[in-house]
Design a protein around this ligand. Structure first.
Ligand code: C2E
Ligand code: MG
Ligand code: MG
Ligand code: MG
Length: 285
């Protein structure tokens, strides 16, 4: 019996391994082609101020794979980073999202600001500065409407280079934010060395609000300190009215999460905007 059970376990494990290996192979060969075949798409998640105004949207990448369906970024970005394909993919994200902003302007939707996630590999590159400069020139999007999201680990990996690259990006007029704050090892005082505008409090802190006392204390402390240091605070992963009220009360300026909206494909975001901006709905039809 034991032998049989062992064998079953092994077979199960083997089947699982095969499925994983198969998926990885599919993805590796597919990533490069995916870009050429235009299988990548951006969804946009609204960011809302505490008094209910739309502050901006965050562009979130998805891969519409012919066999795997809609693949979330967590499942292919690590591979794209390993293979270096994140560079052309990241460049596409930046161009696509900026063009979309200008398209919304023309349609009469007012989306004040666009946030784009950068990967560590893009951040290593000096071409990043040119890419950002070029896309602003080509689209005519005002630099101040573009926000680039980086993570703490990207700053820690190469602090000196980060200071100069961020300084150069800042000189273009774009906004800079730290994503997932609280998950890395940087302190607010360290972050103050960089020319950052926004601080995004990680979803893991928001999750426990308002009842978990530790989450509540930590979140309140982060927001209070960040405000004193002149960061604008954005909370991510806001899923309930109670979380939203707690964060607003704690002094958080901008809220983002399923409570307001999930990340939406372009057409759905436009419907969301039209419903919230009734006067503009007519024009956009
Ligand atoms: P992120 O930048 O921290 O983005 C927020 C993630 O939280 C998104 O997952 C979003 O769908 C999810 N989210 C938003 N609100 C809620 C909520 O209320 N509850 C819960 N449970 N989740 C919420 P997504 O789209 O799967 O993206 C995951 C990560 O992939 C992003 O985390 C970002 O680090 C990365 N990513 C996404 N797009 C890009 C991109 O274009 N380039 C790069 N380099 N990374 C990207
Ligand atoms: Mg982000
Ligand atoms: Mg985040
Ligand atoms: Mg996050």
């Amino acid at each position: 019996r034991a032998k049989e059970a062992g064998k079953n376990t092994y077979q199960f494990f083997d089947a699982q391994m095969n499925a994983q290996t198969f998926e990885r192979l599919l993805m590796e060969s597919g990533l490069r082609q995916g870009l050429e075949r235009q299988e990548f798409e951006l969804h946009y998640q609204p960011q809302v101020s505490c008094d209910g105004r739309l502050e901006g949207v965050e562009a979130l990448l998805r891969w519409r794979h012919p066999q795997l369906g809609l693949v979330p970024p967590g499942r292919f970005i690590p591979l794209a980073e390993e293979t270096g394909l994140i560079k052309p993919i990241g460049a596409w994200v930046l161009r696509e999202a900026c063009h979309q902003m200008v398209a919304w302007d023309k349609l009469g939707f007012s989306v004040p600001r666009l946030a784009v996630n950068l990967s560590a590999r893009q951040f290593e590159q000096h071409t990043l500065l040119h890419e950002v400069n070029d896309v602003l020139a080509v689209t005519g999007l005002a630099a101040s409407r573009l926000e680039l999201e980086i993570t703490e680990s990207m700053l820690m990996q190469n602090p000196q280079e980060a200071v100069s690259l961020l300084g150069e990006l800042k000189a273009l007029g774009v906004k800079l934010s730290v994503d997932d704050f609280g998950t890395g090892y940087s302190s607010l005082s360290t972050l103050k060395r960089y020319p950052l505008d926004y601080l995004k409090v990680d979803r893991s802190f928001v999750e426990g609000l308002p009842d978990d006392e530790d989450s509540a204390a930590i979140t309140e402390a982060i927001i209070a300190m960040a405000r004193k240091l002149k960061f604008t605070v954005i909370a991510e992963g806001v899923e309930t009215a109670a979380q939203s009220a707690f964060l607003a009360n704690a002094g958080c300026a901008i809220l983002q999460g399923y409570y307001y909206s999930r990340p939406l494909p372009v057409a759905e975001l436009q419907r969301w905007l039209a419903a919230r901006q009734p006067a503009l709905a007519e024009m956009a039809r």
